[in-house]
Design a protein around this ligand. Structure first.
Ligand SMILES: Cc1cc2nc3c(=O)[nH]c(=O)nc-3n(C[C@H](O)[C@H](O)[C@H](O)COP(=O)(O)O)c2cc1C
Length: 175
């Protein structure tokens, strides 16, 4: 099974989670982890499973303005480092450019602050909605991975991501 993990990330948390999800999918899937800027315009014809994730910004998926705000925060806070290609496009731009696919299996995830979901919101539900709109077939519920108030991944979330990746592949194999 060929799997793509497509992510966007400003500070690196979502990239780390994307990579750990990929670790959990091996060896059952041949995994490629791709920043969203790398997949815009690329065909999904040879891909069996697409896992898509991004950071939660203003309760949902990032926008150009929220990414600019994240970059501004990184400029002011020495503890925040901008990820490679953080100035690239976001998932919304990819979805806007993407045509309909024919039932490719998919799952959505996000990173968000460790607080009640009603306060934080979650990007993964917006991602899942767009996946359905493009006729992907979702094989798992949207999942969130948590960061603390210092923007560091909560202990154990990277291992949980690997477990989730394994579960997503298992669900794809029986779907
Ligand atoms: C502009 C901006 C807005 C944010 N809004 C939210 C939010 O509404 N809810 C939340 O849980 N986290 C929010 N966060 C925190 C991020 O979701 C969190 O730090 C995430 O792990 C960042 O992922 P990244 O390191 O891949 O960029 C926000 C962060 C930024 C920079």
């Amino acid at each position: 099974m060929r799997a793509w993990i497509v992510y966007e990330s400003m500070f690196g948390n979502t990239r780390t989670i994307a990579e750990r999800i990929g670790d959990g999918m091996v060896p059952d899937a041949e995994v490629t982890v791709l920043r969203v800027g790398e997949v815009i315009g690329r065909s999904l014809d040879d891909v069996d499973l697409v896992v898509v994730g991004g950071p939660t910004h203003a309760h949902g998926m990032s926008r150009h303005a929220s990414r600019a705000s994240a970059a501004e925060q990184a400029g002011k806070d020495r503890d925040l480092t901008l990820d490679v290609d953080a100035d690239g496009p976001g998932l919304r731009e990819w979805f806007d450019a993407l045509g309909q696919v024919d039932g490719i299996r998919a799952a959505a995830f996000d990173t968000r602050v460790d607080a009640p979901e009603i306060l934080t919101g979650h990007a993964s539900h917006g991602i899942a909605k767009r996946l359905r709109r493009h006729e992907f077939e979702l094989v798992a519920e949207p999942e969130s991975f948590l960061v603390d108030k210092h923007n560091a991944l909560v202990h154990g979330e990277d291992d949980r991501a690997a477990e989730w990746g394994e579960a997503v592949v298992a669900a794809t194999l029986v779907a």
